[in-house]
Design a protein around this ligand. Structure first.
Ligand code: PMP
Ligand code: GLN
Length: 407
């Protein structure tokens, strides 16, 4: 392996998904929907391939899809979006992240990230020669839910070498939804650094709870031109295997992603792009008693959040302290190391020990949160595990059966 890839052979997904399968555990770990995607989504893919949308697409995105994305995100950002220059369709948001860094940073450039952060950010930065500068959020006090930003620390993370700032809302793993006040303060810091590009990962944009609203940093103080906002059909339509995502933003920053994407992979697969274009039209129509598909989706996740929270709260033998999320696919909980079989703690931090023990012995899979931190900040996640909200009702029933029998 090259020195570039050598350090990045391990991920929690390649450990815990096979471990869940091997142990026939209820998989509340990796964040892929445990339920079937809607029928209109399956029909859209059949329609796309029947319409002979089967050859290479335009590199920067299949025309019908970039036009739909420009329409949907134009409405969202309240501006005219040029489908040809302000959109790029990627192989999932993961490629959007990798292509952004490949196109934006040179050797030694710094990238300011907020921690915890989705686990592909740090490898993508380092493999492209950059240096991640982590600003850990302040964890909530026991019994509270708010993760706070240390604004002084955030401000001091920027310097002349900073090329990119990266944010994720709603957040994976902690479920934070950045508020208007927080984004205003972040935008004020960014205004002091006009040459810094911004990557905003908003793949969970439609999964927002209670009366919160999803806000994009691109819409604050004219940051549009230097911000790329990422999303993914995988999360919106429950089709993570399609690996179809996109970036929208100013032409200058979109060009950087489009140029990386031109060489790897050249284009995203065409039938899925054609199908997602159809889905974005259908999503605006009434769905299952809701005014549109997005409101139905939000309601489903809200229900699952309640079910999962109550399940974990009531699992007395686990003695977890669940933290109610504000949005996204996940719910984190603090662990009590004293419930774990001691042998697991001899070789691992409490979060890894708990996750391995729960998967192997209790048959429920969860994900350790120190995986979402830089080495120097891992201790912030070592008592935290992440459970997925995006599973089927039957998965939560199966978990309840185990935990209730256990009690
Ligand atoms: N960003 C975040 C925050 C995620 O949780 C994920 C989940 N997979 C991705 C990006 C990658 O999305 P995709 O599956 O579209 O590559
Ligand atoms: N985003 C998903 C999660 O956080 C899956 C990640 C992946 O498979 N790379 O669980």
């Amino acid at each position: 392996l090259s020195n570039r890839t050598e350090p990045f052979q391990y991920t929690v997904w390649t450990e815990f998904t096979p471990l869940a399968i091997k142990n026939q555990a209820v998989n509340l770990g990796q964040g892929f929907p445990g339920f079937k995607c809607p029928d209109f989504v399956k029909q859209a893919l059949a329609d796309a391939t029947n319409a002979d949308e089967n050859q290479y697409a335009r590199s920067q995105g299949f025309l019908p899809l970039v036009q739909e994305i420009a329409r949907v995100y134009g409405r969202k950002h309240n501006r005219e979006i040029n489908p040809l220059t302000e959109v790029v369709v990627t192989v999932g948001a993961t490629e959007g992240i990798m292509s952004s860094f490949l196109g934006m940073i040179d050797e030694g450039d710094e990238v300011v990230i907020i921690e915890p952060s989705f686990d592909c950010y740090i490898p993508a930065i380092i493999m492209n020669g950059g240096k991640p500068v982590g600003v850990p959020l302040i964890p909530p006090q026991p019994g509270e839910t708010l993760w706070n930003i240390d604004f002084e620390r955030l401000e001091s993370a920027f310097n002349e070498r900073t090329r990119v700032f990266m944010i994720n809302t709603p957040h994976n793993p902690i479920g934070k939804v950045f508020s208007r006040q927080e984004l205003e303060r972040i935008a004020a810091i960014l205004n002091k650094w006009p040459n810094v590009a911004i990557i905003s990962d908003e793949v969970y944009e439609y999964v927002i709870f209670d009366d919160r609203e999803h806000l994009s940093i691109a819409d604050f103080s004219n940051l549009w031109e230097r911000t790329v906002t990422l999303s993914s059909a995988g999360k919106i339509f429950s089709i993570t295997g399609w690996k179809t995502g996109w970036a929208v933003g100013g032409p200058y920053v979109i060009k950087k992603i489009a140029t990386s994407h031109l060489w790897n992979p050249y284009c995203s697969n065409t039938p899925c792009q054609g199908a997602v274009a159809r889905c974005l039209r259908i999503a605006d129509e009434p769905y299952n008693g809701f005014p549109n598909y997005y409101l139905w989706l939000r309601n489903e996740y809200s229900r699952k959040r309640e079910i999962l929270y109550n399940l974990l709260k009531n699992a007395k033998t686990l003695n977890l302290d669940p933290i109610m999320p504000e949005g996204g696919f996940f719910l984190c909980a603090r662990v009590d190391p004293s419930v774990i079989d001691r042998s697991y703690l001899e070789t691992a931090t409490p979060d890894f020990a708990f996750s391995r023990w729960l998967t192997e012995q209790i048959k429920i899979c969860t994900i350790p949160c120190s995986a979402f931190y830089l080495p120097e900040h891992k201790q912030d996640g070592e008592n935290l595990v992440r459970f997925a909200l995006c599973k089927d009702y039957s998965d939560y029933e199966a978990a309840a059966k185990i935990l209730i029998n256990d009690n």
